[in-house]
Design a protein around this ligand. Sequence first.
Ligand code: FES
Length: 177
Amino acid sequence: MHAPITDSVEADFSELSAVIASYRDIRGSLITILQKTQELYGWISQDAIDFIASGTGIAPAKIYGVATFYTQFRLKPIGKYLIMLCKGTACHVNSSDEIRATISSYLGIQDGGTSPDGLFTLNTVSCLGCCSLAPVMMIQTPEGEETYGSLTRESVLRILYDIAQKEHISDVGGAAQ
Ligand code: FES
């Protein structure tokens, strides 16, 4: 689970500070610190790297090198809704490529991209562990995650449309308060 990505979240490293305090004296714990950073903020910003560097004494260039070496780490902010579309074998044979193309075309993003409004990020992932529901996607938000199975082009468009509508309504509601 991750917090929405905003500049203000990026600037608040109090929780990261506690993580660093717990791990800085443990040899080889840089990857753990980076994993926890990504859990807290959804991605690893340059500011976070600098903060980790000052808290651990490890050179920022080394931290950056480790973060870029492992594909698990995200160095760009992600959207409020992280779409994890399965590309495992069962989903692949059940046309997950077609679902990916539908999502890409609807949101105007490719795999790994984030929609211009910051709402959606699309990531293809390996098996999500519910192959009987193929093709499957999971959508992760700050509130939790939801799994959608037996996807069709129509159902995935409906899901994305409903989320966008809900967000739009809450934006309007928030602005009216
Ligand atoms: S292959 Fe997609 S959930 Fe297993």
